[in-house]
Design a protein around this ligand. Structure first.
Ligand code: PLP
Length: 219
């Protein structure tokens, strides 16, 4: 299918107007598609699977900023720790500790977003509001010398009910604003995908993760 350049320009304009950045979600896409967008000047790409990400990292230019946006298992952190730019889906204390441990080993600081469960569905990963608050009050994050928590990430319910999606986005924005009182390094709110990124921007997102609008539908 390949890159839709017109869609790319439109999404960029929307992001620019909101002061947001665009993560091009390239999971399942061939390196040729990524390279085409890279040649258009884009540097932020998002992947969901560790194996796929490491293969693409090796094949593509080293100034790409790789975002890990999937569910990350603790035992796989070591494979992406040397090069990952931002891990969006940190959803447990155990994972935080392991990322810190691996970052220490590679003598770097890894940037993370905490994933928050905002959708009504049971299947989505993430902290709920109480768990997030408990994590902050424990003051663990400040002790992790090799992690920088940059913000929150969330996914709305998979539904055509845009009123519900809007409610969920607004709830996440509110959580983000109060979370900033606990963790001063927080400046990033990652929410919005192909079907809802404009709504997300209007609700205060400053990082959207868009795949199929850019590259066409996935199999
Ligand atoms: C796949 C994926 C996206 C992009 O989805 P599109 O609908 O193709 O834009 C965004 N965020 C996460 C976490 C994803 O897994």
């Amino acid at each position: 299918m390949g890159l839709n350049k017109e869609a790319y320009q439109t999404i960029l304009e929307h992001c620019f107007a909101s002061g947001a950045s665009l993560v091009a979600v390239s999971k399942t896409r061939p390196v040729e598609d990524i390279f085409e967008l890279y040649n258009a000047g884009h540097r932020d790409f998002g992947e969901n699977y560790v194996q796929e990400l490491t293969t693409k990292y090796e094949a593509l230019p080293k100034d790409i900023r790789w975002h890990f946006i999937g569910h990350l298992q603790s035992n796989k952190v070591k494979f992406i720790a040397p090069f990952v730019h931002l891990i969006h889906g940190v959803d447990s204390e155990k994972l935080l500790l392991e990322i810190n441990r691996q970052a220490l080993k590679f003598n770097k600081v890894i940037q993370c977003l905490l994933q928050v469960h905002i959708a009504k569905e049971e299947t989505k990963f993430g902290f709920n509001e109480e768990e997030l608050k408990a994590l902050f009050e424990k003051k663990l994050i400040g002790t992790l010398s090799n992690i920088e928590v940059r913000g929150l990430m969330g996914m709305a319910s998979f539904t055509g009910d845009m009123k519900l999606v809007e409610e969920e986005f607004k709830q996440l924005k509110q959580l983000f604003d109060s979370a900033k009182n606990y963790v001063s390094s927080m400046d990033t709110l990652s929410m919005g995908m192909s079907g809802d990124y404009q709504l997300a921007l209007s609700c205060g997102s400053n990082m959207v993760r868009v795949g199929s609008l850019l590259f066409g539908p996935r199999d």
